[in-house]
Design a protein around this ligand. Structure first.
Ligand SMILES: NC(=O)c1ccc[n+]([C@@H]2O[C@H](COP(=O)([O-])OP(=O)(O)OC[C@H]3O[C@@H](n4cnc5c(N)ncnc54)[C@H](OP(=O)(O)O)[C@@H]3O)[C@@H](O)[C@H]2O)c1
Length: 273
């Protein structure tokens, strides 16, 4: 399975499983257990998803050693506003039943604190409670501001990214600064017709792969980590099976050209939560 190396030398599987909107504890637990059983070693959750306990239980029950799993969770906005980062990560660790997080992300760039919070994230990193720290939903100007103050460069910026929102300027900026771009909503979050787009379907047919596999592969080939979510075993397997084909330069260009800056989630400039 393909891995990327983050700016502090730690490895991250290029494909992980996301568990946003999997609130039911049994389903969340089954999803993670199934994902681990079919080969995933990278799980993306967040405090606000309300399923950290279920994720932790699934990891314990899976029989897969904790050290083999790359686990991400995120600092929610209220905890960012209150500045209670140590308390927030301690609570996440407790719910997840682990003593470290592989990647701890600032979930959104809250206007009044997206720079100042980074000092506290650096303390978390130095304490060893997180093996890597990063941000999510930061645009280039947020990163510019943060980097002016930062001692530690964020390892990752997790952003909404799929063929109708290619995020070229943020991806390019991140690469220049050693920040690894990571795509949330890589399949269009179940709210897009991207998987039936004729360009994607045609490329999928040529390779004997599915549209989902094509759009995931496209992001990974441009150096972007993906964390597709599915609660179905067959789709979990499908989404992980993208190592056995390669897009041509022309195909990658055709997918890049589908961009229409179409956000399905909140806009980092205007979110109000
Ligand atoms: N940092 C942030 O602010 C942020 C925001 C949103 C999400 N995220 C993270 O990113 C992860 C992924 O994003 P997402 O869940 O919003 O969207 P996504 O992964 O792009 O799409 C998930 C949707 O696609 C369906 N699906 C999965 N595999 C499929 C396949 N092979 N073919 C067709 N449909 C398929 C799923 O349905 P089934 O489950 O029914 O298969 C679900 O409806 C989240 O779970 C979360 O961990 C982060």
């Amino acid at each position: 399975m393909k891995e990327f190396i983050l700016n502090n030398g730690i490895k991250i599987p290029a494909v992980g499983v996301g568990v946003f909107r999997v609130e039911d504890a049994n389903i969340a637990s089954e999803t993670v257990k199934t994902a681990l059983s079919v080969g995933y070693r990278h799980i993306d959750t967040a405090m606000i998803y309300g399923n950290e306990e279920a994720v932790g239980k699934a990891i314990k029950d899976s029989g897969v050693r904790r050290q083999e799993i790359f686990l991400t969770t995120k600092l929610w906005n209220d905890d960012q506003r209150s500045g209670k980062v140590q308390e927030a990560i301690d609570a996440s660790l407790k719910r997840l039943g682990t003593d470290y997080i592989d990647l701890y992300l600032v979930h959104w760039p809250v206007k009044e604190s997206y720079v100042s919070i980074w000092k506290k994230m650096e303390e978390v990193y130095k304490s060893g409670k997180a093996k890597a720290i990063g941000v999510s939903n930061y645009n280039t100007h947020h990163l510019d501001d943060l980097l002016k103050e930062a001692e530690i460069v964020p390892a990752v910026n997790q952003i909404e990214c799929y063929p109708y929102l290619t995020q070229e300027s943020v991806v390019k900026y991140c690469k220049e600064k050693g920040i690894h771009p990571q795509a949330w909503g890589p399949l269009g979050a179940g709210q897009s017709d991207v998987l039936s787009n004729p360009v994607v379907v045609e490329i999928a047919k040529k390779h004997g792969k599915s549209p989902a596999q094509v759009v995931l592969r496209w992001n990974v080939e441009r150096g972007v980590i993906v964390i597709p979510k599915s609660v179905h075993k067959a789709r979990l397997i499908e989404n992980l099976s993208i190592d056995d084909f390669k897009l041509t330069g022309e195909e990658a260009k055709q997918i890049n050209a589908l961009n229409k800056n179409l956000r399905l989630g909140a806009d980092p400039e205007t979110f109000n939560f």
